[in-house]
Write a protein that binds this ligand. Structure first.
Ligand code: AMP
Length: 535
């Protein structure tokens, strides 16, 4: 759908992917190029004994090989799972274990830092392909992807997958326990294409830039699949956020449709409206935002800076595609996530003793829920039937977000119903951070919350109780911080760590993160009837 179909329709020489390297390199890939590359990659997998339904992971920055590996895996019929390259070794290992990774595509440095140490304890991992190590440089047990691909033919008969066959695993964080591997099937492609057309106004030939990293669901659904299925030109920037660089990309590469996130928009706002106004964004037609609440001021700002508004839309890893959006043909309601897409029924519900009741009154907050049955809906969490079942009640899928609907049918985000933290668009599970902190010899107990931050939406703050024999000092806090960054990577590690003598617990022994947060922010403490003591 994303590659070969265009070649068969005589559009093989159309531009598919323009890759912008960190150092200013520009590499163009036509649909023909992608057809050959993905076929070679699929042949490499087959040649190394990777079977249908095996999982193929990538641990890569935004480099061309990631896109070839993703599409080549789908072509081969195995299951693709992208990992964020800034994850530390713990999140990488845990996700590859849950996903029973059979193959990994990565770089030499990432392999050495994050995988090599535990590789031998991981028998399901049959092969590791490195994109940048050649000849004698190769660490033992790894293959050089480029020379493997060179040996393979550039044709491959695409696996005859069924709609319900596994296609993608996206990891998302939970409040407790291990991260969840959300499973998506091949039929999801129908939703990827339809929702990009409805909510992003994306059309064939458009130059489209989705700034999300494919390590997160947006960067796969809309950073790989949807634009290629629709025959658009996909811009991929290897570099990190930089206001001037971003404006340069929008202008030079004549971007028509731009999909980004509130944290980046807030950084552009800080940089100053005049920088955007001094540019010529003559080709820009539509701008959209996702991942966190988009403040009304950001929408107003975008009208002044770009002459058009950002269109906020809402979805999550589990929904696989955009569910609620401000549409091109309707007025944007600044601060609102928009209205459900055609075919999507959204409601506000209240959980009541194992069932749910729909709240039909306007402006009344409750949990955002969706009627089940859209093509890109998750089909399970890997090996976690119970957790998956808990997402549903009757024919409602429960999102874990709190929201309300206004009289015009627009949905407004209120907050999360759980303790998950959204920092710079990344969903972070407090439990995973707490576990890593507790690996430090000085830490007896840890509790992690999100604190509001002007730019990142939220930042991660940790409270730690020290083990006997350790006393509070700046040096110790720095050491715990360094440990957390090393284990978790900078995107997930806490920004602030505060030692405490005790943490508040429920009678059943759970740390009351919500209470810590209320105290930190000076908010009402709410129901503390289950509070045991601050021990
Ligand atoms: P993820 O699964 O990592 O994509 O995160 C999904 C979560 O991000 C949602 O459940 C929301 O809490 C949040 N989110 C996504 N889009 C929006 C939005 N437009 N406004 C507010 N929150 C959002």
């Amino acid at each position: 759908e994303a590659v070969d179909r265009h070649v068969e329709h005589g559009k093989g020489s159309n531009l598919a992917l323009r890759w912008l390297g960190r150092r200013g390199e520009v590499h163009d890939f036509t649909y023909n190029d992608l057809q050959i590359g993905t076929s070679r990659f699929a042949n490499v997998l087959a040649d190394h004994g990777i079977k249908r339904n095996d999982s193929v992971f990538s641990l890569l920055g935004r480099v061309p090989e990631l896109y070839i590996a993703a599409l080549g895996t789908l072509k081969h019929g195995s299951v693709y799972s992208p990992l964020f390259s800034a994850f530390g070794p713990d999140p990488v290992r845990m996700r590859m274990e849950i996903g029973a990774s059979a193959a990994l595509v990565t770089t030499k440095a990432l392999y050495k830092r994050k995988v090599e140490a535990w590789r031998n304890k991981f028998p399901s991992l049959k092969c590791v392909f490195l994109i940048d190590a050649h000849g004698e440089d190769l660490p033992p047990g790894t293959f050089d992807l480029a020379s493997e691909m060179e040996r393979q033919p550039g044709t491959f008969a695409t696996a005859d997958t069924r709609p319900e066959d596994r296609a993608l695993i996206h990891f998302t964080s939970g409040t407790t326990g291990r991260p969840k591997g959300a499973l998506h099937v091949h039929e999801a492609v129908v939703a990827h294409a339809a929702t990009a057309r409805f909510a992003l106004d994306l059309r064939e030939g458009d130059v489209f830039w989705c700034t999300a990293d494919p390590g997160w669901v947006t960067g796969t659904s809309y950073g790989i699949i949807a634009p290629l299925v629709l025959g658009a030109v996909m811009i991929v920037d290897e570099g990190e956020f930089d206001a001037e660089r971003w404006y340069e990309i929008l202008e030079t590469h004549k971007v028509n449709v731009w999909y980004t996130a509130p944290t980046a928009i807030r950084m552009l706002m800080k940089y100053g409206e005049e920088h955007a106004r001094s540019r010529e964004f003559a080709h820009l037609r539509f701008m959209a935002s996702v991942g966190e609440p988009l403040n009304p001021e950001a929408v107003m700002w975008s009208v002044r800076a770009f002459g058009m508004p950002f269109h906020d839309n809402w979805w999550q890893t589990e929904t696989g595609g955009i569910m609620i959006a401000n549409f091109a043909a309707e007025d944007v309601k600044p601060g609102s996530m928009g209205r459900p897409l055609p075919g999507i029924e959204a409601g506000i519900v209240e959980r009541q003793n194992g069932t749910v009741r729909e709240i039909t009154q306007e402006d009344q907050p409750g949990e955002l829920a969706l009627k089940v049955g859209w093509p890109s809906m998750l089909r399970g969490y890997l090996n976690e039937e119970e957790r998956y079942r808990k997402c549903f009640s009757g024919d409602w899928y429960l999102t874990g977000d709190l929201a309300y609907r206004d009289g015009d049918g627009y949905f407004w985000f209120v907050g999360r119903a759980d303790d998950l933290i959204k920092s710079a668009g990344h969903l972070i599970g407090p439990f995973e951070v707490e576990s890593a902190l507790m690996e430090h010899e000085a830490v007896a107990e840890a509790a992690v919350i999100g604190l509001p931050d002007e730019t990142a939406g939220e930042i991660v703050k940790a409270y730690v109780v020290l083990n006997p024999g350790f006393s509070e000092s700046e040096a110790l806090v720095r050491d715990i911080m360094a440990h957390a960054r090393k284990r978790l990577g900078p995107a997930v590690a806490p920004r602030l760590i505060e030692p405490r003598n005790a943490l508040p617990h429920t009678r059943s022994g759970k740390v009351m993160r919500r209470l810590l947060k209320a105290r930190e922010l000076g908010l009402p403490e709410g129901d503390t009837s289950t509070l045991e003591n601050d021990r």
